[in-house]
Design a protein around this ligand. Structure first.
Ligand code: FES
Length: 64
C-alpha cells in the first residue's frame, strides 16, 4: 500500500528500512526514504507503521 503519494513510498519500504536498521525514528525514516518531505500528509501513518515495525511482537499486559 502506498503511504507517501508524493514520493511513491510503500509500507513495505518502511518495514524494510526498519529491518535493515536504516530507520528507528521519523527523522531517520525521512532521511532514508524522504518520507514526509513534501506535503507531510503521510507523517501520521508513517509514524504508526514505524512504531509497529519496531515493536511488532510487544504485548502489553497488566503488571499486577
Ligand atoms: S504524501 Fe508524503 S510528503 Fe506528501
Amino acid at each position: 500500500m502506498y503511504v507517501c503519494l508524493c514520493r511513491g513510498i510503500t509500507d513495505t519500504q518502511i518495514k524494510q528500512a526498519v529491518n535493515e536498521g536504516k530507520a528507528s525514528c521519523m527523522k531517520s525514516l525521512s532521511k532514508a526514504l524522504g518520507i514526509a518531505g513534501d506535503c507531510g500528509r503521510c507523517g501520521r501513518v508513517a509514524k504508526e507503521l514505524l512504531e509497529q515495525s519496531i515493536l511488532p511482537d510487544v504485548k502489553f499486559t497488566s503488571a499486577a
